[in-house]
Design a protein around this ligand. Structure first.
Ligand code: NAP
Length: 309
């Protein structure tokens, strides 16, 4: 067996601790060797204040996983690519579509791997749903993505700032599943953005989309849902209803449950990152980010009550 690829993680926050660290520990093809985070480090590993310090001090680290907020991620990724390191991006891959396209061009020119991850695409039911829909006659799709921002994002101010996406931060997970399971592209025709009077990003949003052949797709995103949380995609076909529930962890054909599996999304992402590096390939699909960008372009802005934690 070849040596594992040495990797450093940048931005030791919520998702890095909850998902990246345990998943890396379970990925034999990658070895975590260092951390860069302004306010955090890990015992037993070299820790640096920022990525520039890390890149200068660790020439043997081959790959960088960026777990920072999307704003500012371009400069970090660009520095890593310039230093000829492979780069894995948390979702959303950047704060704008064009900046990630620029990174893809830079990675190609540098001969390194760029992996723009969409963890929800690794949910247990997504590939099966995609296969079921390839030859189906789809008549409509509805997305219901409603959660409690106070529970999931306490103290995260970046998420409310320009480039933070607001409720599209979770909503883009639904759009990443949508763009994977639909047999043809979709585009936005209308949107509404409910923006708290004291914030820059929406707390609620709706989107109307349509596929190339005219299939209507609607989405409702809401960060004000307390109690049970809702992460469902309902696909109506001429043969019945296919439903992905709980963020794609469960799949139903009518009332019959086809899939119920434990969450291995980030383990699958890291295994794929190592495979892409070994194959000398990149994977950068910006279609979910493009849909969100277009919702901001076309969206009617509605001011709503100020948000306080
Ligand atoms: P977070 O808890 O705020 O952690 C991000 C970390 O990045 C911070 O702890 C911070 O560490 C570092 N950082 C660098 N520049 C920063 C800046 N300008 N503002 C704030 N932090 C900065 O955020 P997160 O929830 O882990 O999310 C990070 C990324 O993962 C986002 O793109 C998010 O969409 C994605 N994600 C999050 C979740 C989730 O459930 N939380 C799930 C899936 C994906 P230092 O202060 O030590 O530098």
């Amino acid at each position: 067996m070849t040596d594992p690829i040495s990797l450093a993680l940048v931005g030791l926050g919520t998702i890095a601790r909850n998902q990246h660290l345990p998943s890396l520990a379970d990925t034999p093809t990658l070895a975590l060797k260092a951390i860069a985070s302004r306010n955090a480090g890990l015992d037993g590993l070299p820790s640096y204040h920022d990525i520039d310090a890390l890149l200068g001090a660790e020439p043997d680290i081959q790959a960088i996983s960026l777990c920072t907020p999307p704003q500012g991620r371009f400069n970090q990724a660009a520095a890593a690519i310039r230093a000829r390191r492979h780069v894995m991006l948390e979702k959303p891959p950047g704060a704008s579509v064009a900046e990630v396209q620029a990174l893809a061009d830079m990675a190609r020119a540098a001969g390194v791997t760029l992996f723009a991850t969409w963890h929800s695409r690794e949910a247990a039911s997504v590939e099966q749903a995609r296969e079921m829909l390839q030859d189906a006659t789809i008549t409509s799709v509805q997305i219901h993505w409603k959660e409690d921002v106070r529970h999931w994002h306490p103290g995260q101010e970046w998420i409310w700032q320009p480039g933070g996406l607001g409720v599209f931060d979770p909503g883009i997970n639904a759009l990443s599943i949508l763009t994977r399971i639909m047999p043809e592209p979709v585009h936005v025709t209308a949107a509404s953005l409910e923006v708290p009077a004291n914030k820059q990003a929406p707390i609620g949003a709706t989107m109307q989309m349509v596929s190339a052949s005219g299939i209507p797709v609607s989405a409702v995103f809401d960060w004000r849902q307390t109690g049970p949380q809702t992460w469902d995609i309902i696909v109506e076909t001429s043969a019945g209803t296919i439903t992905l529930r709980n963020g794609g962890a469960q799949l139903f054909d009518g009332d019959t449950q086809l899939v119920q599996a434990e969450d291995t999304e980030y383990r699958r992402l890291y295994a794929r990152f190592a495979e892409l590096i070994a194959a000398g390939q990149s994977d950068v699909d910006l279609s979910p980010l493009q849909l969100v960008a277009d919702a901001f372009l076309l969206g009617e802005r509605i001011e709503v009550a100020p948000f306080h934690e």
